[in-house]
Every structure is written in C-alpha cells, then in structure tokens.
Ligand binder design. Structure first.
Ligand code: GLC
Length: 627
C-alpha cells in the first residue's frame, strides 16, 4: 500500500473513531446498504428516503394468518408475528417454518428500499409453538433455581431453536413481578421478589448474546441469536386481585422499586425491544402512558430499542375494546409506542395513523422516532445482511444437548417442601429397589399437563402434544428393572389398600391455561386430587408432586403427605423429577413465591407485615445426600 493510501486509510480510520456516526466513503449506491457504515448513518440515510406510507408500514406488525408476500410488499409491513399456536402446519418441520418465513421475507425485500421484515414469536419457555422443540420449565420454576448462568444457557439454546425455524425475534423474557398468584400469568413471572427477577435477566444475554463493555442500545450478536423483548412494561404482575390486564394501584415508588426494577438491567444487557403492558397504572392504560413509556423508559432509562404494543393493545385502551380506535391510536402513538401489534386490521391502523398525522394530532417527529428505533434494531442485528432463514440449524430443534439442559433446569427448579411426617423418618430419596410401587395422577403421564400453557397452542392442553419424557417414564427408567410400577391415572377409593406398595408417588396439579383464562380466585387443588391424596396416603407412604403454575391451597391435607414437592410446570423433560426423587441429585430449589395458607391472605409477599405463610419465600429442604 503506497504512502498516499496509508494516509487516506488513517484519515478514514480516525474519522470513524472521532465521529462514529459519520459516513465513510461507500461503493454501494446508498449508504444504508453498506454494512461497513455505522448503524446511525445507515438509519438516518434510509429514514430520509422513506415516504410516510413506508414509515407507517415499518410500524405495523401483522399476524401470519393475514399475511402474504404481496400484502407485505404493498403495505411495506415491518413485522409479522405468530400469535400463540399460529403455525404453518400441524407438527410443522423446521423446513416448513423457514419456507413460510422466507416467503414473507421475499415480499418485504421487494419493497422500494428492500427493508426486511422482522418475524416475532412467543418463545417463552423454549420454542413453545414448535412441535418437537425443547420445552423448558416455565419461569416460576426457573425462579426457584436462583441460577442466572443456567438462564443464560437456556436463552442461547432457545435462540438456536428459534433461528432454526427462520425466526429472528422472540417476545421474551417476561420480567413481570407477580405479586398475586390469582393472576393467570403468574407462572410467566420468575418471582414475587424483584431482585430475583432482576438477577435472571441473564436470559437476555443467552437470547441476544452479551454486548461489548460499555455498549449502549439494542444488541444481537449474530444470526444464531435473536432479538429479545422484555415484557410487559410496566406493572403487569401487580394488578388488584391478580386480574389479568387489570389496574395496578401502587405509588410511583413501588412501581419503580418492584415492577420496574429489572428493566434497567434488561436495557443494560442490550434488550432490543420492550413490550407495553395491557394493565393500567392507577387507572391510566400503560399503552397510553406517555410519562412512563417516553419520559421514563426512553428518557430516564435511556432505552434505544423499540417499544412494541401488546396484541390489540391499542384497541384495549378503550372500554369496551376497540371503540374510538382513532383516539386510542392517537394516545398510543403519542405515548411512545413504536410498533403496533395490530395484528389483523392493518389497513384500519394505517388509515387512522395517516389521518392523525394529516390533522397534526401525531407529529412526524414521533413517527420518525419510532421508525428510527425499528431500523436501528434491524440494522444492529444484521437483518439487512441475513434476512432469510438458515436451514443448516434444523437439527438444533429438540437437540439432545438442549433436552439435557432442560432436564438439569427441571431438577434445579424442584422445591422440597416436606420430607417425613412428624416422628417418622424422611421418605425421600425413594428406594430404586422397591419390589412394588404405585404412581397415581393424570399429571404423571401427560406431556401437555407437565408443560402447561403457551405450549404448541396458546392455552396449552393435556395429551401427547409434543415430544418429551413424562414424569412416569422418568420413574420407570430410574427404578430397578425388577421393580413393579403400577400406574393409575384416576385410582378408585381404597385402590392403594393392602396391595404391598412400598410407597406411592402422587402427581397432580392444574390444567393448562394462559393469560386471563388462568385468573383464579380460590386456588384450590382441583378435585378429585385432595381426596385422592388423602385416600392414597392413608394406605401407603406417599410423596405428592404438584404440577402447577403457582402455589395452591394445600394446608387442609398437607399433613396426610409424607413428602411434598413443588414441580411447577417442568416442560418436556419430566425425567428431571425422577433424578431428584430417587437421589441422583439433591434438591436445590428455593421458593420464588410465598406458599400461602389460605387465599384470603392474598396478596401476601415476602417482607409484608403479618406475613404468615405455609412455606415462606426462599424455603426449600434438602435430602442431605452424601455429596
Ligand atoms: C399476548 C400476550 C403477550 C404476547 C402477545 C403475542 O396477548 O400478552 O405476552 O407476546 O400477545 O402473542
């Protein structure tokens, strides 16, 4: 290289260091197309080329069932999503997923500036819409692990399985701080304690990769990671009575110190997007709250990614939902929402938005802020350079290494609440060499029940809904080959009497649910399980394994149990439970939530005065295995 070239290169290099947002010379026909340009330069160069229609298109997210390549091209759609359970075909393969996402992307790349759309999906405990994907324990169980490094590993595994389907964006993690287990989404919350939630934002590093020291703004390491979404900002877990999408009535100090506490960590980890919450704060809908979305989140906390609405979150600003959508849209856009998860009536949204701008009810500066943020995420994550799916990743879906990680997460999430009746020796660890044992309860032999909501479908369901190992299969694989394992999903009264069982494992709990369908005012253990427990345990020593999204009312019959284990919603790797019941590993889980005595105590959280739990936050026994 001659002296002149060396001087020129040095000058260019100096320019990049001194003013990183300054353009350098480019061989492309537009600066934004040049991946060597600083992201800020690319964003500004592209923004100035966009028409209003193209800008509004970028702010529009539509559901895949109303999407096709020509709609995406015609309306410059910025994002497509799969709602819960929205799939290309039953039991779709990675190839079928990528064919779908690539088809949508082909429409986006045909637009005037070829801006790739970003496809989003709820991968909230693994890639849970996808048949055969690894399903990890739901967050309530992961909170009991108190293991930030584990969460990071789970995030990385999840990112690979999501990318294997051609998807670069997930609506996770939920960093709600659930303060009332009557809330149907409490299992999506890591804990009632904001510091536990904050400590587990490490999952973002797994999903997106860890940004370089001092990094500011959204970050996605490469095309084997995904853009994440911290949700739902803010106060989703604090509504009165745990009513989903209800009203969180707390002081600003409590909102910040409890419900907002994990967000600065998420932002520092480079979280690319944040989802606005359905709930209201002191009567004002979060989707219409300019102070919290713009002044606090974008201003004080310095969030530089984009804020996405929740599903029809704009419509739900008004009661009943959807009335006066023009006013709701004006409120949401001016509050600081950048991308609207419409997700169906996108022409309606576009028409209303254009009208609001024409009437100067929404300033162009707001639109430009939103589009700047959306483009920043897309450029930063390399979506312009790699817009299509990577078919080489297909074997990561349900990979053995991921299932092994999930099995580890299961056993670390289990909490031993009781082991031995007063005056009797502990029951656990169970003997692997028993002559004959009894296993009862539907939850022992049902993948769908052990996974819970947000699995294959939005609400989840019982049955053999995906690949995995049931709790019963795990038990059978662990006991000696000569041990006779008798399984009864629904035993009759007295079934356990005088049958020579050395012990019984009773696996019961909740039916799957999601969101408002899980709101529950009495939190009792569903019938016939209380009677089943009392009857079985009256005839044979018993351990009860509770498969639930939250603590339930067990005080009336806990004395009948010889041992009691909270298993939460463990996901596909049910063998993680046998790993601990039979002593291969000791318990390490500590309650992430207070286990109350009676529902009339609620809400009751660690630190409250008159704190009178059955088992306190942080409680968890060990079997005391020889290490
Ligand atoms: C749902 C949930 C949100 C989810 C979104 C897309 O209603 O509130 O957590 O990410 O819609 O499925």
């Amino acid at each position: 290289m001659g002296p002149r070239s060396r001087v020129l290169c040095a000058l260019v290099l100096l320019l990049c260091v001194v003013c990183p947002d300054q353009a350098t010379a480019t061989k492309y026909d537009a600066l934004y197309k040049d991946p060597s340009q600083p992201v800020g330069v690319r964003v500004q160069d592209l923004l100035k080329r966009l028409t209003l229609d193209e800008k509004l298109g970028q702010m529009t997210q539509i559901e895949m069932t109303v999407a096709n390549a020509s709609v995406i091209e015609k309306y410059d759609i910025g994002s497509v999503l799969s709602g819960g359970g929205s799939i290309p075909a039953p039991n779709a393969t990675a190839a079928q997923w990528i064919n779908m996402t690539d088809y949508f992307q082909s429409g986006a790349l045909k637009t005037r500036h070829g801006i790739p759309e970003i496809y989003g999906i709820d991968a909230v405990h693994g890639h849970n819409n996808v048949y055969g994907a690894t399903i990890f324990p739901h967050n309530v169980g992961l909170g009991c692990t108190r293991d930030p490094a584990l969460l990071k590993r789970i995030g990385a595994a999840t990112a690979l399985e999501v990318r294997a389907t051609g998807i670069p964006y997930v609506f996770a993690p939920c960093i709600a701080v659930c303060r009332d287990p009557r809330w149907g989404r409490c299992y999506e919350s890591y804990s009632e304690d904001p510091d536990v939630v904050k400590s587990l934002t490490t999952i973002i590093d797994g999903l997106q990769g860890t940004p370089p020291k001092g990094w500011k703004g959204p970050y996605v390491q490469n095309s084997r990671r995904v853009a994440a979404c911290a949700k739902h900002f803010v106060g989703d877990g604090g509504t009165q009575g745990g009513i989903d999408e209800g009203n969180t009535v707390v002081s600003y100090e409590e909102l910040v110190n409890i419900h907002m506490k994990a967000y600065p960590d998420a932002i520092a980890r480079g979280v690319s997007t944040i989802m606005a919450s359905y709930n209201s704060w002191n009567g004002v809908k979060m989707h219409a709250n300019k102070f919290l979305l713009t002044d606090v989140l974008k201003g004080q906390l310095g969030f530089k990614g984009f804020i996405i609405s929740d599903w029809q979150g704009v419509d739900r600003i008004s009661e009943p939902w959807g009335v006066n959508i023009t006013n709701s849209t004006e409120l949401a856009l001016n509050a600081g929402i950048d991308m609207i998860m419409v997700p169906y009536n996108y022409t309606g949204f576009l028409d209303v938005a254009k009208q609001l701008i024409a009437e100067k009810k929404v300033p162009m500066s707001r639109i430009d802020d939103a589009v700047t943020r959306i483009l920043r995420v897309k450029f930063e994550m390399g979506l312009f350079e790699k817009p299509y799916g990577d078919k080489s990743l297909k074997n990561y879906i349900g990979a053995l290494s991921h299932r092994s990680l999930a099995r580890e997460a299961v056993r670390k999430s289990l909490v031993l609440l009781k082991n031995g009746k007063t005056g009797s020796k502990p029951l656990l660890p169970l003997s692997k060499g028993a002559k004959k044992i009894l296993v009862v309860g539907a939850h022992a032999n049902d993948i769908g029940l052990q996974c819970g909501g947000w699995t294959i479908t939005w609400q989840g369901m019982p049955g053999n809904i995906t690949k995995g190992t049931t709790i019963l299969e795990g038990i059978k694989k662990t006991v000696n080959s000569k041990t006779k394992v008798v399984y009864k999903a629904n035993p009759s009264k007295g079934d356990a009497k005088n049958k020579g069982y050395q012990y019984a494992i009773i696996v019961v709990g909740e039916q799957p649910y999601a969101e408002f369908n899980g709101d529950n005012k009495n939190l009792t253990v569903p019938d016939p399980y209380p009677e089943l427990i009392k009857d079985t345990c009256s005839h044979v020593r018993c351990v009860v394994v509770m498969v639930s999204g939250r603590p339930l009312v067990v005080e009336p019959f806990v004395d009948h149990m010889d041992a009691f284990v909270a298993a939460w919603l463990p996901g596909t790797e049910g063998n993680g439970i046998a790993d601990v019941l039979f002593g291969k590993y000791d318990f390490q889980g500590k309650l992430s939530r207070t286990w109350f005595k009676r529902v009339d105590q609620l809400p009751m959280n660690v630190g409250d005065k008159d704190y009178d739990p059955l088992y306190p936050f942080g409680f968890g026994l060990k079997m005391g295995l020889e290490s």
